[in-house]
Design a binder for this molecule. Sequence first.
Ligand code: HEM
Length: 455
Amino acid sequence: MPKPTAAPPPNVPTVPGALPVIGHLGPLAYHPLEFLLAARRHGDIAKIHWGRLPVYLVSSAPLIHHMLLDKDDAYNRSGVLLDRLEDVTGPGLVAAHGKEHRRQKSLLNPAFHTNRLNTLTGLMREECDRVITAWKPGQVIDPEQEMFTIATLAASRYIFGAPVGKDFAHAFRPLLSHMFTEVALRARMPLKLENIPAITRRFANSRHRTDDLIGSEVRAFLKDPHRTRCVLSYMLQHNPRPDTGELIAQAATVLIGGTETAASTLAWLWHELAHHPAAEQRLHHEIDTVLGDTPIAADHFPQLPYTQLLIHETLRLHHPTWVNFRQTHAITELGTTTLPAGTTLAYSLPALYRDPTLYPKPRHFDPTRWESDQPQPQPPFFPFSAGSYKCIGHNYAQILLRTLITTIGFRWTLRHTPGHAVVKEKARLTVHPSKLRMTVTPRRATPNLTACAGT
Ligand code: HEM
């Protein structure tokens, strides 16, 4: 990482409340979203103290957009939180910078072409059915856990080219959860937790078990020449002599990127639908009229505009990544501010998406704000970021979300279990609904599963 090579920008206000040594780590640890929202009021760019590290929070939509889309050599992705993902995924795409990032992205890109992804609808639906056909009427579920299991089954099948067992998903979640909690804590602690041997051992243990879990699937893939049309096989077409370590790191990256974010988005969506019966009715009407008894396929997507509005609104109000970082590579102009090389910048999509000047009544869940006759914000909504580090899984995520919402919405209604209707946001590496529990009720008699088995 380059060290700052010039004086910090003089015209940038500092957010008040920083304490010696820990800076703003207190509010960042306990109520990060509220803190970042309040910090926006201090200016389009305002300085916060991430412990001892000065971080420039970029808050205006045009400046964020400009920063993301500026030429590759202006900004790298920077450390603090996301770099620590390397501790979890190993040296995969999400932890890479600059030239190495471009190399890794071109290796993974072929697996994420829309034409290839559209064929995944059947696979995603089957994996969803594996989970939801086991639900019993009146059963209480943790929606995020269930969505995580489905997302893991679907992503692993696409990564490794063969289905994995539910035990894979059940083993993977607690490991990931432990590593995410710890990495998020490490990033917001003034002490170096990684210097405490008991903590380091526990983390290393989770990391090894994750590597073993993913490594054994990668090795099974390498032994089976029939596994084609999957992420690993597209990587091999690009590089026929792969390093197994790289295959494991990229498999972990896609698996981690593709599960936590989708699971929390879907959990929030079921939570909001239960509070907004008119939106739920409109979804059910769309599913019933467009799909009838036919299983969802990519051809249906253009006929599901309301489902798309729901996805937009959920990503606006409950965006899963609460903060992302960049670092200037050289002296860079951002708006009227000159930033020295080595300056760390942050942007928060959920804070931006709760700005009342961009989104009237921002805390209100209202999918109709996205209808085409409504005024749309400029620059347009970019929940998957933009530029070189834009989410590689954005098309995959759209297909997964549409497939799961319609497949589950066709069969089940989810209602809050008494005492669980008010849900707090918990920000680890992603933002989760804390302690959400819902009861599932069938919308119709047991479906004809044979009709759902084909693509
Ligand atoms: C609701 C779903 C999702 C949301 C909202 C989301 C959001 C994002 C955002 C905002 C970034 C950019 C972070 C930055 O600016 O540094 C990102 C990066 C990334 N996402 Fe997603 N994501 C989602 C789903 C997925 C899925 C399904 C996958 C994989 C199948 C995935 C894999 C990745 C990877 C690998 C990166 C790093 C890209 C790079 O470094 O070039 N994400 N995601």
